[in-house]
Ligand binder design. Structure first.
Ligand code: MLT
Length: 331
């Protein structure tokens, strides 16, 4: 075989392999930051089942839980590059790539699961999806509803802002969350999600915050004792697909992705309502000591909203954006 022919054949083979994620796709990869068993897993599994049914088994989805495909923020980069197909991750880990998404991470904007559903499934959700395609090269096709983030720590019961003093608290690498703890008088430690369990176990940090379902899926109860219902952010976890992978698909596969995403989102909401309370009780039975913040979180709310919101008006696209969100929630 002459050299020209060999080069042509290698080129065609490489093209087929590169295209195997697209038109010829067999198996898609989905990264999950959390361990199996939580809301990310439930959304991912439901999406997988529905998508495989809708495509008549021609396309498959393989789930890789527990940060096996990289920490949550890395999965956004990889999906943008088209080297990863899907990822389910906390919305706070999308915000650094598409700052307007931060409106969902501003403390105490979302005050119930119903409000979280309304925002993500309404005009706000649509606009944020367009923004993530533009800014980060990823498309949001579904949402896991994971519940309010609560504070856990290994040292002492916390009910007031003053009680936080002396605690080393891990937060995601997210400016809004860092600023929120600063408004409460402490400097938190930004750290990737994939490093958090070990850091808690080795007492590099004393605490962290995440929803009950995530605390349980990650077995944080084995290394954390005290829980405080600070409920400052409702944890939303989008299912993202690489926009370049999405655009490579035929229309029927794109339709199946969007439909499976919508239906899995509905399932996620029901799963939260049916499961959260049971998991909270189970964590208490396993020895976690749960407290409410004093005065219905009043002090936490007041300090966070007055200081943090104005700092992020610019990054979320202006104060008007927040006003629009609050208005759509009837506030
Ligand atoms: C984080 O704390 O980094 C995330 O909320 C973790 C998660 O995705 O559950």
């Amino acid at each position: 075989m002459n050299i020209k022919k060999t080069v042509l054949i290698s080129f065609l083979t490489a093209g087929l392999i590169a295209g195997s994620q697209g038109a010829f796709a067999a198996n898609f990869k989905m990264a999950l930051g959390d361990a199996a068993g939580g809301t990310q897993w439930e959304l991912g599994q439901t999406f997988k089942t529905l998508f495989e049914q809708k495509t008549g088994g021609k396309h498959k989805v393989d789930l890789f839980p527990n940060g096996q495909l990289g920490d949550e923020q890395n999965t956004v980069n990889n999906a943008a590059l088209g080297t990863l197909d899907f990822s389910v991750l906390a919305v706070n880990n999308v915000t650094p790539f598409s700052p307007s998404v931060g409106v969902l991470t501003l403390p105490y904007v979302i005050q119930s699961a119903e409000e979280a559903k309304k925002l993500t499934q309404g005009d706000v959700g649509k606009e944020l999806t367009e923004n993530t395609i533009r800014d980060a090269g990823v498309r949001i096709v579904g949402w896991a509803y994971s519940g309010f983030r609560v504070l856990t720590n290994s040292k002492k019961p916390v009910t007031t802002v003053a009680d936080l003093k002396g605690l080393v608290v891990r937060v995601p690498k997210n400016e809004i969350m860092i600023a929120t703890y600063q408004s409460w008088g402490i400097n938190p430690t930004p750290m990737a999600w994939s490093e958090t369990f070990t850091a808690l176990q080795q007492r590099v940090v004393d605490g962290q915050d995440n929803p009950y379902i995530t605390v349980s899926a990650m077995k944080f109860n084995e290394v954390q004792k005290y829980v405080t219902n600070i409920r400052y952010i409702f944890s939303l976890e989008p299912l993202i697909v690489s926009e370049s992978v999405f655009q490579d698909q035929k229309p029927d596969v794109q339709k199946a992705i969007l439909e499976a995403g919508r239906e899995a989102t509905e399932h996620s909401y029901k799963y939260l309502l049916e499961t959260e309370d049971k998991i909270k009780k189970d964590l208490a039975a396993k020895g976690m000591q749960i407290s409410d913040a004093a005065n219905g979180e009043k002090e936490f709310i007041q300090k966070a909203t007055t200081t943090v919101w104005p700092k992020f008006y610019d990054s979320i696209g202006g104060k008007d954006k927040l006003d629009k969100v609050l208005k759509s929630l009837g506030r």
